[in-house]
Structures are given as C-alpha cells and as structure tokens.
Design a protein around this ligand. Structure first.
Ligand code: NDP
Length: 438
C-alpha cells in the first residue's frame, strides 16, 4: 500500500512510518520560466487578462528532504487564498524572488529555490513523518496548518511571532505549500484538526480566520469591545466571512459591505444585521461618495463605525478613513484594488483616528482561533470544492470575485465530507450553521 493511501485510510502510526515516502507527488505550481508570460503591465491595465488558469499547473514534483524542525503532512484538503492569485499573476513581484532569497539561507533554505513554486497557504491532513527535533507531534496526528513560517530562534518571536525578522507566508514566500498531495511545514505551524469538521471544512479556515482575529480581537489589532460598530468590506469574502462572525461573537455590531443581492441575503443568514450593497455606489474615490457611504451607515445603525475592517485597498481606503468615527480606527491587512492609497489626512488627524497595519497571526492567535472552531463557535466559510487537478479553475473563481467565502481544493481525500470524527458536536453545532456558505 502507498503512504498516501494509508494516510487516507487512517492507518496506525507504525504503519505510516513503515511505508516509504514517495519520491514525487502531485502539486499545483507555477513555473519560473513563465514569469513573463502575461507581459510587464499590472493586472487590469491595458486590457491584459492575467488568467491564472494559464499559469497554475498541476503535475508531479520531486519530494523535498525534511528538515529537523519540519513535518511531512499527507494533505487531505486545501483552499485557495488571494495570495494564490497574486502568485499566479506574478504580482506585485514574482514569488520566485522570495524563493531565491530563502535559497540563500543555508542547506535547508536552498531546497526552496526551485524552477517551480508549489502554492497553497492552508491545509488539513495527516502527519506522516516528523523531523528529528519535533517534540509535540507524531505520525498519524490529524492537523490543520497555520500560515506563519517563523524562525523560532529569533528573540523577537518571544514577544510576537509576526515581528520575526524573516517572517514568511508558507506556500507564498516558501515552497512546498498545501495545494498538493503532500506538504512540508514547520512544527510551529501545526494545530489539531477540529474533530467535527470534514477535511475540506477544516482546511479552509486558518489563514483568513486568524488574520481577521488578530485585526479585530488581538491585542495588536483594533481590540474590538462589546457594542463596537464594525464596518466590514467584502463581508462574504474570505476575510470578511470570519470577520462578521468574530464581531458577532464578541458582542460587536457588524455592518457588512457586499456587491450583490445574493451576498446580501447570505449576510443576513449569517446574522449580520446591517448590510450595505456597494453596487449602489458608482465609485468611492471622492468625498461626496464617502459622505454618502457614511450617511448610509448612519441611516442603518444610527452611528459611525468604531472600526473599519480594511483589505480592499486603493478603491475604498479614503472612504474607510472618512467613515470611521472620531477616535475610531481603520485596521488593514491588504490592498486587493491597489496598494498605493490616497486619503484626506485632515479626517485622520483632526478626528484623532488611527490606521493599524496588521499581517497574518502569530502561533498563539492561531491557537485561539482554532480553539473557537474546535468548540463550534466559528464556522467554516467554505462555499465550493474543486479537485486538485482543477486548482486553476478554483483560483480563477477567486481572481474574478465570482466566489463567496472560501474555495476549497481536495488533496488526497477521495471525496468531500470525509474526516469527521465528532458527530455529537457536529449535531450540536448544526449542519445548517456549518454548511451555511454551501
Ligand atoms: P476574497 O477575494 O475572498 O474577498 C475579498 C472581498 O472584497 C470580495 O468578496 C469582494 O466583496 C470585496 N472586494 C473586492 N474588490 C473590492 C473593491 N474594489 N471594493 C470593495 N470591495 C471589494 O479575498 P480575501 O478576503 O481572502 O482577501 C482580501 C485581501 O486581503 C487580499 O488582497 C489578500 O491578499 C489580503 N489578505 C491579507 C492577509 C494578511 O495576512 N496580510 C491575509 C488574508 C488576506 P464584494 O464584491 O461582495 O464587495
């Protein structure tokens, strides 16, 4: 029997360790010699469609050697993140530049600098090998993988892992990511898989949910308190779907922004009391439009947002700074519509507002978020699932904003709905809640 099949079948640790690690495995990847394929211009300019289906390939890749602090995971499921789209458009810079830099870091770093980049920053699966210095995990453990790839010998990590000098997003700034049959991860990325979720439901959460957690709840983010009004851009997207749930859990008042009636309806079902349909606003790049947005929020809620949850960037940032209340904050982790923002600084300083930069989440924050999933207090935002061979189509849906929530990809799992262990908890949480986005 193959190691992959044994992992799928739930084989005992001894058997997993007895079976040979394959020399190659299937993985979704980009190719270094295709970096120039879309031309030099940024996506969306000059009518160039940087169709990620052309740049994402699925095929056999060589199995890397395992470093002492790493584990080899037999991937059951993974998910598309927006960084998969960035990688496949080779924007803002080709991710091969990250791999080259990592490649200069000694023997283990050199493994990453390859002519192909195996993508994917989320996964669930079964540990099949552990490196010599891994202490808390063993073969057979069912895990989800968090994204932050951190040097645990860097002193600042004791303060906050996200301040690490050489912080990297696994599967984006490193090789051997999760959109594959096997993945290589550091032991410090591992968390126990929530037992009541299927492989694909467990796989899709960690990157977006933990980022949203740090932005809203974490002590380095906006530290939301009970009763805070929180404006959430892209409220049914990857980050937003978890943002809405976290605001509700913490006693805040979410105001979700979406771009269609279908998404507005889903938001209501998610329990978001206030919804703004941004398609009613032609554009948001002048003060007139910002005022109209602010007036709409006031009409709905009766007051201005304490916090604006930003990741949409250039097209929304001026509005975000404007609509935050006096003394409020804009917390940002991204710039989907462009990263060179413009806003009117008078609204920031005169109204004593703050802009808070946030990135990913440290191991402890990931642990807290995974605990919420394991208790049934956060639900997966999984909307659709693709086989590994169709990773390009899955990423294309996200690139075109045709998706809602998270788009899953099966790795070794032969079908959906496998991997559930705790049916009693699943029943208590409820199928409707767990499958709300499906
Ligand atoms: P998704 O594509 O899943 O969701 C983004 C949502 O934003 C969409 O659903 C869409 O909702 C909305 N949106 C898109 N374009 C615009 C626009 N021009 N104006 C207003 N709303 C818009 O992506 P994610 O939520 O996974 O990620 C969002 C961004 O955050 C990405 O740029 C990603 O790279 C970044 N990110 C950063 C992280 C970090 O650690 N720094 C971690 C995770 C993500 P609708 O059309 O309904 O309004």
């Amino acid at each position: 029997m193959s190691l992959a099949q044994a992992a799928v079948d739930g084989a005992e640790p001894d058997e997993l360790l007895r079976l040979e690690v394959p020399t190659t495995y299937r993985a979704a990847h980009t190719l270094k010699d295709e970096v120039g394929m879309f031309g030099p211009l940024p996506h969306g300019t000059d009518g160039v469609d940087k169709d990620v289906r052309r740049s994402i390939h699925v095929g056999e890749v060589p199995m890397p050697e395992l470093a002492p602090d790493e584990v080899l995971v037999a991937v059951m499921a993974s998910a598309v993140n927006y960084n998969t789209v960035w990688s496949a458009m080779f924007e803002p810079i080709p991710t091969f530049a990250f791999l080259e830099r990592l490649g200069r870091q000694g023997y283990w770093g050199a493994r990453h600098n390859l002519p192909r980049h195996v993508l994917g920053s989320d996964c669930s699966g079964v540990i099949v090998r552990t490196g010599a210095t891994v202490r808390h995990w063993r073969a057979g453990d069912r895990v989800v993988v968090s994204t932050a790839y951190i040097d645990d010998q860097d002193p600042i990590v004791q303060h906050d892992g996200m301040l690490a000098t050489d912080l990297r997003a696994w599967g984006f700034e490193t090789n051997f990511g999760g959109l594959a049959e096997f993945a290589v991860v550091k032991a410090t990325q591992l968390l126990p898989k929530p037992r009541h979720l299927s492989w694909e439901e467990a796989a899709c959460n960690m990157l977006c949910a933990s980022t949203a957690y740090r932005m809203l709840v974490g002590s380095r983010g906006s530290c939301m308190k009970q009763g805070d009004v929180v404006l959430i851009w892209g409220a049914t997207g990857g980050l937003g779907a978890y943002g809405v749930q976290l605001v509700k859990n913490g006693g805040g008042i979410p105001v979700g922004v979406v771009s269609s009636e279908r998404k507005a309806e889903l938001l209501h079902r998610l329990g978001c009391p206030y919804v703004v349909d941004r398609s009613a606003f032609e554009h948001l790049n002048d003060e007139k439009a910002w005022r109209r947005l602010g007036a709409e929020v006031r009409r709905l809620v009766g007051e201005d947002p304490h916090i604006v949850f930003e990741h949409t960037g250039r097209e929304t940032f001026g509005a975000s700074v404007y609509v935050a209340r006096k003394g409020g904050s804009v917390v940002t982790c991204g710039s989907s519509s462009g990263y060179a923002h413009e806003y009117d600084n008078r609204h920031l300083w005169m109204k004593l507002k703050r802009i808070i930069g946030s990135h990913g989440a440290n191991y402890q924050e990931c642990h807290e978020v995974n605990r919420l999933f394991s208790l049934g207090m956060l639900q997966p935002a999984l909307s659709s699932v693709y086989p590994l061979d169709r990773t390009g189509d899955a990423a294309r849906a996200v690139q075109l904003n045709q998706h809602i929530g998270k788009v899953g990809v099966l790795g070794l799992a032969p079908a959906e709905d496998l991997g559930i262990e705790d049916y009693a908890l699943r029943e208590r949480v409820g199928e409707d809640a767990i499958r709300l986005f499906r």
